[in-house]
Design a protein around this ligand. Structure first.
Ligand SMILES: Nc1ncnc2c1ncn2[C@@H]1O[C@H](COP(=O)(O)OP(=O)(O)OP(=O)(O)O)[C@@H](O)[C@H]1O
Ligand SMILES: O=C(O)c1ccc[n+]([C@@H]2O[C@H](COP(=O)([O-])O)[C@@H](O)[C@H]2O)c1
Length: 195
């Protein structure tokens, strides 16, 4: 199978993540997309606001009903900092028959040169890089050997981020249609991100 890994902090998961995964699935002809919440994200300055259990549950709620989307708790179960090169090594060991792709938004494409062991990773896996408002990226800006590992893909442009959503939630603003409805209700019921 051709499997896309949609890695993220998902604090919380939002429609930008879902559309990115669906657009990557269609454009690269993926059989499945596995949503993989990080335990400790490698590059973020502060720890996630919601704990890993909640972030995984929100992902499960967000993707329910999609026949080809799965939630993968591998990084959360492993614990510690979620370096992608370690995750990819594990996935390849456990699923030698499958072909993996790593789905990322344009902000992460620009940041690829800073990923841990990017030299090894770029040999092991190809990235599907999606356009994202505010993060134009030009393949010429990346080292050639990294650009070669990135398959550019388009998606309906959604200018939302988890940071902005947390800010809006803390202010008591409406997140209807920005969060999947089941996630919106879960956030409310669990009192997540309240100020
Ligand atoms: N609106 C969006 N359009 C395209 N890609 C996105 C969008 N939001 C997030 N992504 C991508 O999804 C992956 C996971 O992102 P993450 O969970 O950090 O969400 P985020 O909205 O960027 O969060 P934060 O604001 O906390 O940085 C990353 O590869 C990121 O580039
Ligand atoms: O391995 C790394 O060095 C690395 C650096 C930055 C991001 N990543 C991965 O990229 C995905 C998106 O990251 P984030 O922090 O934007 O949610 C997530 O799966 C991270 O583990 C990985």
């Amino acid at each position: 199978m051709r499997i896309g890994i949609m890695g993220g902090t998902f604090d919380p998961v939002h429609i930008g993540h879902l559309l990115a995964a669906e657009s990557a699935r269609e454009s690269a002809g993926l059989d499945e997309v596995w949503f993989m919440p990080t335990c400790v994200p490698p590059h973020k300055r502060s720890a996630p606001a919601a704990d890993a259990r909640h972030r995984l549950r929100m992902v499960e709620l967000a993707i329910q009903g999609h026949p080809d989307f799965r939630a993968c708790p591998l990084e959360i179960e492993k614990g510690g900092t979620s370096y992608t090169y370690e995750t990819v090594r594990l996935l390849k060991e456990r699923h030698p028959e499958d072909e993996f792709y790593y789905i990322i938004g344009a902000d992460m494409v620009q940041y690829l040169p800073n990923w841990a062991k990017i030299g090894e990773l770029a040999q092991q896996i190809r990235f599907i890089g999606l356009r994202r408002p505010g993060y134009e990226w030009n393949p010429g800006e990346l080292p050639e050997w990294i650009a070669r590992a990135v398959i550019p893909a388009d998606m309906p442009q959604i200018g939302v981020s988890s940071t902005e959503i947390r800010r809006m939630l803390a202010q008591g603003r409406s997140l209807r249609y920005v969060l999947p409805e089941a996630v919106r209700l879960y956030v409310k019921e669990q009192g997540l991100y309240a100020s």
